[in-house]
Design a protein around this ligand. Structure first.
Ligand SMILES: CSC[C@H]1O[C@H](OP(=O)(O)O)[C@H](O)[C@@H]1O
Length: 346
């Protein structure tokens, strides 16, 4: 099998932030090289880089870029804080963005107290990235048991190295099952309207030499009815304190279908994606993206000009439909607020 997990969405190289431009994958592999927090925020908003952990890592580097720009100013802390607000406003749903910025704010406090230098911001961003890969590998090992040998697994959107620091969350579980020698039929939803499955997951798994069956989003029901799917494994952008999970639009429907067909529905996410300050899924802000992402395909007009569209980028799956939430700190089966709380108490 090919060497797996060779792709990196976010790199710090030659004193600059390098982002693999996911808008043009898989047919073009090109990087944006950024030296400016404003361009970094734009790259998150425009989905040059996407995926909850990956945008958190990117924002952490963006804070280091802001400090490099403003560090010589007397009011450097206010200026860097304003930059953090710009980065935080880039996309509203994935909590990893705010979580990574909060980690950098603690470094800013230490710098302000004279305990750290500005170099600590870059070091912290690199730590966030390396911790994420390690967390994904631990999740892979913990979650592989949900993918039986010789089974079919359905996944949605892209949750691999392109969405994280590396290895992936749901795709990390699939990678771990394959690494453990299990023969797995992977079914990847194309994931309209941004095609993360068709363009990104298919490409990532091809780099790994892992066969994948690309399917249209509306195929899931009949695949389950035909007995071709034995597990559904998805990622997350924000998990509320009670286990309700916001993830790519279409996830909720898969959870309902999986429950109807008695198929385990697994969410894989690092604890940096759990937001204990948000009580339930009803409190999660769902990003609305431009109508053109639906009415056009790759910039080519599809729907009649002037057609209106509603384009929520995420939906919320109630905890009661989730078989297990796999994190790097443990697996929460049949998630409830009490069981989620135990994750951070262990
Ligand atoms: C491992 S997080 C991946 C998560 O992020 C995706 O959203 P987007 O591509 O819009 O950033 C999707 O919800 C994935 O499950």
């Amino acid at each position: 099998m090919h060497e797996i997990d060779t792709v990196r969405a976010v790199r710090w190289q030659d004193d600059a932030l390098h982002l693999l431009d996911q808008r043009v994958l898989p047919h073009e592999v090109s990087y944006l090289v950024l030296q400016d927090f404003r361009a970094t925020a734009d790259a998150i908003r425009d989905m040059v880089v996407r995926g909850a952990p990956a945008i958190g890592i990117t924002a952490a580097y963006g804070m280091a870029l802001a400090a490099r720009e403003f560090g010589q100013h007397v009011d450097w802390r206010e200026r860097v804080q304003a930059a953090a607000d710009v980065l935080n406003a880039a996309r509203p749903t994935a909590v990893n963005l705010a979580w990574a910025i909060a980690r950098q704010n603690r470094i800013l406090d230490a710098i302000e107290n004279g305990e750290q230098s500005f170099a600590a911001l870059l070091a912290e961003a690199q730590r966030i990235a390396s911790e994420d890969v390690e967390a994904n590998r631990r999740m892979g090992q913990a979650g592989a048991r949900f993918i039986p040998a010789d089974s079919g697994v359905l996944t949605h959107c892209n949750t691999g190295s392109l969405a994280t620091g590396g290895y992936g969350t749901a795709l990390g579980i699939i990678r771990a099952a394959v690494e453990q020698g299990r023969k797995v039929q992977v079914y990847a939803d194309e994931t309209r309207p941004w095609w993360q499955g068709a363009r990104l997951t298919a490409w990532e798994l091809q780099q790994d030499g892992i066969p994948v069956n690309l399917v249209v989003d509306s195929a899931a029901a009949s695949l389950m009815a035909a007995g071709r799917i034995q597990s559904v494994v998805v990622g997350a952008d924000r998990i509320a304190a009670n286990g309700d999970t916001a993830n790519k639009i279409g996830t909720y429907g898969l959870a309902v279908l999986a429950r109807y067909h008695g198929i385990p529905f697994i969410v894989a996410a690092p604890t940096s994606t759990i937001d204990f300050a948000t009580p339930t899924g009803a409190d999660i802000h769902i990003e609305e993206r431009p109508a053109e992402e639906i009415t056009q395909v790759r910039g080519v007009q599809l729907a009649p000009l002037g057609t209106q569209a509603v384009n929520p980028a995420f939906d919320v799956t109630p905890a009661e439909l989730i078989t297990a939430i796999v994190t790097e700190r443990g697996v929460v089966e049949s998630p409830t607020a009490a069981r989620m709380q135990q994750l951070i108490e262990t």
